[in-house]
Design a protein around this ligand. Structure first.
Ligand SMILES: [Zn+2]
Length: 243
């Protein structure tokens, strides 16, 4: 009876002897999925992992995903168009915002369900505002998203910077992103965000407040004169040369 035969006791090994388990070279341990990766399930978002991005320079990041859609509590999807390559934590924050705030706001304030969030920029290796020599943008770490517009199930396209869009909706959008992200830049912030809303999860030293800069304008508002000098206002076309 095989079961009843006692196994030989393991031989004690001396201090100079290598324990049997350590003799076989263990394969290098592959790191498991991040906590964010584990949380970001298909019930919350369609966000497959993508390879880590290394460089150029300081750009890149690990734990990157491609956020293709946010899944709402009724399992309907809000498309991210085009899909946004983001760091997992940022993608998760965007998914939560779309799911818990933006989709509710559109249904409540605009009377139609949210269909698409238009991604204007996500991961993108560049300096801040594309200025040569400026600090690297959070876009270069996959930690920022620019939203140009959303589309609704009723076919309408809504631009959050458009003064004709109901003001309470834009105010609620601003309040919701400023509560969730550490940087929010929109019209009236620096002249580079007149046609889109930038959000990111930049880490600031403790004691530094989040940045929430978005002037929700009313139709009669004119851009402040300082903006005119930053190049955001198109200059008149040069007059044709007359010989
Ligand atoms: Zn941006």
């Amino acid at each position: 009876m095989a079961q009843t035969v006692p196994l030989p006791r393991p031989r004690p090994f001396s201090n100079t002897e290598v324990p049997p388990a350590a003799r076989a070279a263990a394969p290098p341990a592959t790191p498991g999925p991040s906590a964010c990766r584990v949380r970001l399930t298909p019930e919350r978002a369609i966000a497959p992992s993508v390879d880590a991005i290394e460089g150029p320079g300081e750009c890149g990041g690990t734990d990157m995903v491609r956020l293709e859609a946010v899944v709402l509590s009724d399992m309907s999807r809000v498309e991210i168009n085009p899909p946004a390559v983001l760091k997992c934590n940022m993608a998760e924050a965007v998914a939560d915002w779309v799911r818990d705030d933006l989709s509710q706001l559109t249904a409540f304030s605009l009377g139609s369900r949210l269909r698409t969030v238009r991604n204007f920029a996500a991961y993108h290796c560049r300096s801040r505002n594309n200025i040569i020599g400026a600090m690297m943008s959070e876009h270069g770490r996959g930690n920022a998203l620019d939203v140009r517009a959303i589309t609704l199930v009723n076919g309408k396209t809504i631009d959050p910077t458009d003064v004709q869009v109901p003001r309470d909706f834009r105010e609620s959008w601003k309040k919701s992103v400023c509560a969730r992200f550490s940087t929010v830049l929109g019209p009236g912030s620096d002249g580079y965000h007149e046609n889109h809303i930038h959000v990111d999860l930049m880490e600031r030293r403790s004691g530094y407040r989040a940045m929430c800069q978005w002037e929700v304008r009313v139709p009669e508002d004119k851009p402040s004169p300082e903006l005119a000098s930053t190049g955001s206002i198109p200059l008149p076309q040069p007059r044709p040369k007359i010989d």
